[in-house]
Design a protein around this ligand. Sequence first.
Ligand SMILES: [Ca+2]
Ligand SMILES: [Ca+2]
Length: 210
Amino acid sequence: MSAKLVFAFAVVFFAAPALASIVNGSFESGDDTAWSSFVPPGGALSVLGSAGFVGGEGGLWSPTHGNYFALLQTDGPGSYTEMWQSFVAVGSAVLSFDVFFDAGDYLPFNDSAFAELSSDGGLTWATLWYRDVAMVGDLWHDGWTTVSQSLGAGAYILRFRIANDLDSEFESTMGVDNVALSIPIPAPQAALLGAVGVSLLLAVRRRLAA
Ligand SMILES: [Ca+2]
Ligand SMILES: [Ca+2]
């Protein structure tokens, strides 16, 4: 490979941004465009405006970003209301999102919700966030939580899901907003630029000294 080709490759490789390919991650279309979903009978997936959602015990939930957010509600036990989106990170990236859990039930009816990531086409899932009634308290809730996850290049599926436990009464709720894929300033790139700068400086000095 010629030096010129190597240089061209290096420029392309290091200049290539991580593809910010999550679409409608903040639900600002006002609906669930670009998201896939499975909503069993009795479950619900909706996108709400800034009027928000009044949860159990009067908790009022509003968007964390823009004017809309998504809301998932449970169906019967073991039957998940799900929403997911596939995306590609071309280089290093940071996946982030805001999420909350509002328990509409009390123990032992331990309704639960997950945010999960798969890098093998949905065969296995890593849990990025989990809440249940036992964690937030009977008929209570946590606040919006921001979750961040560093990713390498690859194809991923991000999934949110919630289900009732033991019976199909007293539905719990999860909210999602501000799902984004951002580009970190990669350390190797900074180091490379630094090294190039030093090399140039040394070369110029040497030329001047000659
Ligand atoms: Ca939003
Ligand atoms: Ca329940």
